[in-house]
Write a protein of this length. Sequence first.
Length: 391
Amino acid sequence: MKKLRLKRGQERNIHGGSLWVFSNQIDDSLKNFLPGEMVQLVARNGRHLGIGYVNPHSLIAFRLLSLDNIEINTDFLVSRLKVAQQLRNKILPGEDAVREVFSESDQIPGLVVDRYGEVLVLQIATAGMAALKTEIVAALQEVYHPIGIFERSDISIRKLEGLEEQSGLLSGKVSPKPIWLQFAGINLPVDLRHGQKTGLFLDQRNNIQLLEPLASGCRVLDTFCYVGTWGLKAAKAGAVDVTFMDSSAGALTLAASAARRNKLADRCQFLKMDAFDGLKNLAGDQRQFDLVILDPPSFIRSRAHFKEGYKGYFDLNHRALSVLRPGGVLMTCCCSHHMDEATFRQLIHTVLRRNNRGGRIVYRGQQGPDHPVLMTMPETEYLHCLVVNVD
Ligand SMILES: C[S@@+](CC[C@H](N)C(=O)[O-])C[C@H]1O[C@@H](n2cnc3c(N)ncnc32)[C@H](O)[C@@H]1O
């Protein structure tokens, strides 16, 4: 195995518990390495630091798999998967839909695995993990005994690693039609082959539960609703009517069928609209809601896009206030790890002041427990949810 030598003193990241080494920390010429090649990371003086994979095309040039000097093979992956599985079994026993592997947080950087019933959907983000695909599939079969494994590596972030998007069946059987399963107490359709992400957004599990006490008797607006998880939870908790809004017709079709399946359709309306335009239209029609949910996609793709993303969140929350009645509740989320919670709170505070409205935070949420945050890598924390009672 080739050695990858760091510049003097640059081992501090690894000693501090990060799994990443950036290209400017490396002493060797990265041209001598192939994307995804397994290497031994060594300090400037040749001391062993760990085993991982390199990508000369990526700013994150090395990702650590193990501090021990061991072979990275199916057995290694099985041992990592078993640790991840034990945690999920403990914190989310009996759940149908679970993120079983969350990349760096489970010390398998570049790999995400979601389990939907007896089917696994995996997503590979890096060349190093792509090179291990055969071993990953073998390890998943050994640990989970799934009836099928489907790949959904159709994510644009792969470009940074020089990889094409990829999706398809890797083993066994996976239904061509959406499957139905329970998530957050709602029966939901999951389109494993064509749905967004791997089929569902699993990271809001705990935050959605707050609708149980909050939504009763409310008129609710669920913007960026996807298959309707939040709005249906609100309807089930006793909301008097729920307006669902999303720009994706496919998502709204699934949301409408979920409303029927859960016998909640009589209280649900569906609007196919861009959320920014939709909020403006609703305000123009003098519509007012008691509870507004904002769960947008990430507006900040990289640090370089922070300013424009910040403006997007500001504008969105500003428009949401125009349809929220005094005394109502805003459930507002941000899933960009470039926006830390303090900055997001400050943003919401500034939007409230701009609208001459006061507010109090009644709940602060984060990503669910199957998306754990690696304490030594703040980059693994990305989701903030603020619930604000607005004057
Ligand atoms: C983060 S997901 C929301 C997930 C959903 N709340 C859930 O928990 O399942 C973002 C959703 O926003 C939709 N979307 C993206 N851009 C949009 C826009 N400009 N206006 C309305 N919907 C949009 C996507 O189709 C997707 O369903």
